[in-house]
Design a protein around this ligand. Sequence first.
Ligand code: ZN
Length: 451
Amino acid sequence: MELKKVKLYDTYQGKVVELNPIKLGEVSIYYCGPTVYNYVHIGNMRPVVTFDLLNRVLQACNYKVNMISNYTDIDDKIIKKALEENKSEKQVSDFYIEKYEELLDKLNILPLKYHPRVSNYIPEIVDFIKTLLDKGFAYKADNGDIYFDVSKDPHYGELSKMKIDDLQAGNRIQVSDAKKNPYDFALWKLTDDKGVKFDTILGKGRPGWHTECVVMINSYFKMPTIDIHGGGFDLKFPHHENECAQEYGYSNSKLANLWMHVGFINFDNQKMSKSLGNVVLAKDAIEKYGGNVIRHFFFTSYYRSPINYTLEAIETSKQEVEKYQAIVNKINGKIKLNKMEFSGDFDNDSYEEFLNYLADDLNVANALMVVDRLAKKANQLLRTNQINLTEISSTYNTYMKMMDVLGLKFEVPNINQEDIYNYEQYQQFRLQKDYANSDIYRIKLIEKGLI
Ligand SMILES: [Zn+2]
């Protein structure tokens, strides 16, 4: 099948570029996943939905997609939580991984190829750090901790457009005595605390956060460079910059050919933060509104721009999703209550137009305009008495296919014999101009949303 051209904004080059996969027709993608020590807030799910949309769009464009995302299950925050709750770190991380996966399910996220956990990669991480030490990109500080030497990477700062000299001149970060340069970062920290630690050739300790993704990318994809790497905007610096530096030190390669960063979420135009007390947990929002509404809400803003979470915005998405569901119900009603079946007709022109928009840096706003045009057409077809099976089927099949690419999942009503009986009674009484009786049946059908 023909591969459709896909264009995406690359943070590194600062422009929209054409995706040119390393392996023809196959796209390797990694996005940074959560540290599993608490319930994630709604903003954490925006990159997840964005990468899921990318996954679906690429598949619709005939690419095979190998997408993975990690769970950070070794972290000081997990250790702290485990001590507070008198649990093991594994119990804490297992619990929050399970809760997170429930959200993936409710948001209709396609299963990823793999969800690596840091705790399963300690030997690989140790080997990786050892290589960086051997190659002179890392050093052991006086306190025994191992740091990456940022000054050894001439490209440091290129992804986030930070100049290392500027960083040092105007540096606001605390310079630990152990580090050579302020932006050096810990690869391995020695510890004797109560948390999980590993007795390795690097000493008894734990890996720093920035190493795991690079190691898991190299291990899983078995190549130094992948097609797309990304995550939330906040990860661009220092996390992703540090990932790039390590891959450069390790294999003298780029970590990814294309970097995607997903915008922040605000609450009523304010930053969502614990200190402001305006954090919306993903589980609460999804429970209240459902996965479709939250997905649709994310679609109301270009994925790189900030998005503003307000009750009005969520309410608008709720109405849109209800409108979409009503069309599914009524079109099924129109066909199946008349004891007909959909034909296989399809509106290729509209679908191509829709997919072209999505293939252009995930332009959902324009793609949704095509969906809405089809929704309008569906409503026109529903209003006429005669049934044009080809037209209705073509509109419906295309509409459902588009919803699938967007990852919006609608219930198809189960129309049974009783519904068909009610419909026949309704029609018969109406023909007899017995409106009192026809109304009895009409109301039953309206309650089920079928007419
Ligand atoms: Zn990462």
